[in-house]
Design a binder for this molecule. Structure first.
Ligand code: NAP
Length: 140
């Protein structure tokens, strides 16, 4: 450590501008850390939440594939979690999966928790989505 310090001091004596350069780099590093922290605080605590319903219009519908699985207390499926998040924000929901009984259950659950929105479902197997008429058949 002493040896390193000696080299450092010798270097500074030889190149006095090195100290200014090191200080400048240090200041830049500290500044970037402060900016990163401020950005984190703004993004997570201060920024106003975007009003999606206002952006897309009242009575908008969200179509969510794979939205019928998992349970509410633990291990909720990602599609079902999306359905709950959009329903909570006031969007009408179209659920989509293969099993009617599961779709009905999630439909009831969403409707009970969000009585003002409409919830429908479409039964479809996306393994068949390569068929040319597949997406037309969803709207029938
Ligand atoms: N959960 C997470 O945190 C997470 C994070 C990142 C990525 N992912 C990925 O997201 C996908 C879903 O994960 P998950 O945890 O939400 O799974 P999940 O709880 O098992 O839900 C899967 C959903 O997709 C439906 N589904 C499965 N095969 C289908 C098909 N051929 N056609 C139409 N619907 C079908 C299921 O219902 P039916 O069986 O009745 O059709 C169910 O509603 C996976 O690919 C997973 O790797 C999940």
């Amino acid at each position: 450590m002493d040896h390193l310090q000696t080299i450092y001091i010798q270097l500074l004596q030889k190149f006095p501008k090195l100290l200014t350069l090191c200080s400048l780099l240090g200041a830049l590093l500290i500044l970037s850390k402060i900016l990163k922290t401020l950005r984190f605080v703004y993004k997570n605590f201060l920024r106003k939440r975007r009003n999606l319903l206002q952006r897309y219009g009242e009575n908008s519908w969200v179509f969510i594939t794979g939205s019928s699985d998992g349970n509410l207390t633990s291990n909720i499926g990602i599609g079902r979690a999306f359905a709950h998040a959009f329903a909570k924000r006031g969007f009408n929901i179209i659920l989509c999966a293969r099993t009617e009984s599961k779709l009905q259950k999630v439909q009831e659950e969403l409707q009970t928790l969000n009585p003002k929105i409409q919830v429908r479902y479409i039964r479809a197997d996306f393994a068949e989505s390569h068929r040319p008429d597949f997406f037309d058949s969803l709207t029938e």
